[in-house]
Ligand binder design. Structure first.
Ligand code: ZN
Length: 330
């Protein structure tokens, strides 16, 4: 997630804390999964492996345009291929190159994209995304690499795990799984990609940013006032397992300042596409953009449960059984 641009927003920590205490948490993680998807959920979780690789010192903090970014991009493409995602024809394999962001960059910036073609509505797109870039490293410190395990190796890992579930189904719509770069420099990768697509074809964008740490195990969705994606997903979860998920699994009103405009959903939302970010980490997280954002601080159980939950909740969206409202965001 990118830094706040304005600290004077109406966010009140006490207000948020009160809200957190009031909200009922249904996230148990221990109950049986719904029968329909039992066989799919036997797929081994690779989340720990993905995060450990991306947040490893050898990735050098994954700053866009660096060797670390390039290494991470190759790793993600390799995983997409192993999962069975298909490259998009207009790209260079799994790579969507969008040029150097600065004169000094060693490499062009790269988004990594894999697809599952839709079975009956291939021209209708649903996008799942997460940024894989982070803020790089600093010189001459003992631990000099910002590994960005939560921000956002966690979202990238969730994205890949989710792809490994969906690839076993035949979604009616085409699903694109996109790992963006350039996010930490101001949503550059998503901006480039959003500018390149026909917004009428994209039915929804669901983005993951910082999904590995949650003190209260609460899952938030940004921009819930813009459209009905939250209510569609919550309704589906309630229908599938009301004891486990309750009526209000995905919460709006996250204790995160400028939540809606601080991640890769935003360039799509500006084009009128229903586009939201899912996150688990409040703004007061002490590891945010710190050297201490390491793999060991993540809650893998939470992430695996979240991958399964998103897979269940988005079935009406990937199959086009609901028509989502489109609201222009100014
Ligand atoms: Zn960040």
């Amino acid at each position: 997630m990118i830094k706040k641009t304005n600290y004077s927003s109406a966010f009140s920590f006490l207000k948020a804390l009160k809200l957190l205490m009031l909200l009922q948490v249904f996230f148990t993680g221990s109950r049986a999964q719904p029968h329909l998807f039992d066989s799919i959920f036997l797929t081994p979780s690779q989340i720990n492996y993905y995060v450990s690789a991306l947040a490893h010192d050898s990735m050098q903090g994954r700053a866009t345009g660096t060797d670390g970014m390039m290494k991470a991009a190759h790793f993600i493409a390799q995983q997409m291929k192993a999962i069975g995602l298909q490259p998009v024809k207009t790209n260079d394999g799994y790579f969507h190159n969008y040029g150097k962001l600065s004169y000094w960059d060693k490499h062009e910036a790269i988004n990594v994209i894999g697809a599952i073609p839709g079975s009956s509505k291939p021209d209708e797109l649903v996008i799942f995304s997460a940024h894989y870039d982070h803020i790089g490293k600093i010189k001459s410190k003992k631990d000099s690499v910002f590994n960005g395990a939560n921000d956002n190796a966690s979202g990238t890992a969730l994205l890949l795990q989710l792809a490994s579930y969906f690839v076993q189904t035949k979604p009616e719509r085409t699903i694109l799984f996109i790992a963006f770069s350039g996010e930490e420099l101001g949503l550059k990768g998503s901006e480039e990609f959003a500018a390149s697509i026909d917004e009428d074809k994209v039915r929804a964008v669901i983005n993951f940013d910082m999904v590995g740490r949650s003190p209260k195990k609460i899952i938030y969705m940004s921009g819930t006032e813009y459209g009905d994606v939250q209510s569609v997903m919550n309704k589906e979860l309630f229908t599938v397992n009301k004891e486990k998920f309750g009526k209000n699994y995905l919460k709006g009103n996250a204790p995160v300042v400028q939540f809606f405009s601080r991640s890769d959903n935003y360039p799509f939302a500006l084009k009128g596409i229903p586009a939201h970010t899912i996150s688990a980490t409040p703004d007061n997280d002490r590891h945010y953009h710190q050297l201490s954002d390491e793999t060991a601080t993540l809650d893998f159980e939470l992430m695996i449960e979240l991958a399964k939950t998103i897979f269940i909740a988005t079935q009406p969206i990937v199959n086009g059984t609901v028509k989502l409202r489109r609201i222009r965001v100014d």
